[in-house]
Ligand binder design. Sequence first.
Ligand SMILES: [Zn+2]
Length: 311
Amino acid sequence: MQGVFTALGLSVLERGWLSSNNIVFQAAGRVGSCVVDTGYVQHAPQTLHLVQRALGGERLDRVLNTHLHSDHCGGNAALQSVWQCEVSVPEASWDAVQHWDQRLLSFEATDQRCERFQAHRALAPGSRVQMGTATWEVVAAPGHDPEAMMFFQRDQRVLISADALWEERLAIIFPELLGSEGFRAAHGALDMIEQLAPRVVIPGHGRPFTDVASALASSRRRLQVFEEAPARHQAYAERALTMFHMLEQRCMPRTSLVAWLATTPIFVRMVGDVVGAVASEARTAHAEEVVERLVYDGLLLESGAGDLQVR
Ligand SMILES: [Zn+2]
């Protein structure tokens, strides 16, 4: 795997939770250096440091984003402030970035943060981009995010899959939480990956992997479970949203976490669907259940004073 990465002039910075992986490409001939995805804003100083080190002191010319979730583009502004690099975003996200419409950009719905950045180019499915020593195809990957793109290098059969395919587990299918179709699109993205037949996948989270068939099979199984029981998908999303916030906050009073969850727009929308009422008591009661379950499962630890922290 490493030999292929070296030939392509790329290195994978595998990140922990809150931040997506960053894929750094060295400059090659007339092709400037670039990075695919930049992590969460809270980790931006670390991202800057890691990218600087990966480039060995050379400048960063371009940033490309697979999609504009906060954990994939949160370092854009910091990198741009140092290198004035050009940023490419999926074409469907172009207008939202130009107007910095936080409602369309999902940061408002999830109450996650992202420092404003400038975009210069739109990535269209079916187009090609030069990164490192090779040409990469831009491939649409709806499902997790309707606007998401992947990058495929056909000669070496390497796929940068972002959140369309992970080695284990399955990313949240966001449109389904907002009353739109998403499961069918996610199946379509998995079918597309199967057709591309990559031999190496660099996911948005977790290590690069080669057993693509088993990752596809497990994603399809999980997708089917969620399709058959959308409430399980919603419960998964509620937990992930809450844990993301706690990983960001590290420690907070239980009452504050419940109040935060009960008023976060995407949660309000989800609970409205399940409880059948938007009454704030119903929302708060449901938020309490979500938090209680995370404590019960040992993912959150509670101190005597009623503070919660991530285990
Ligand atoms: Zn995402």
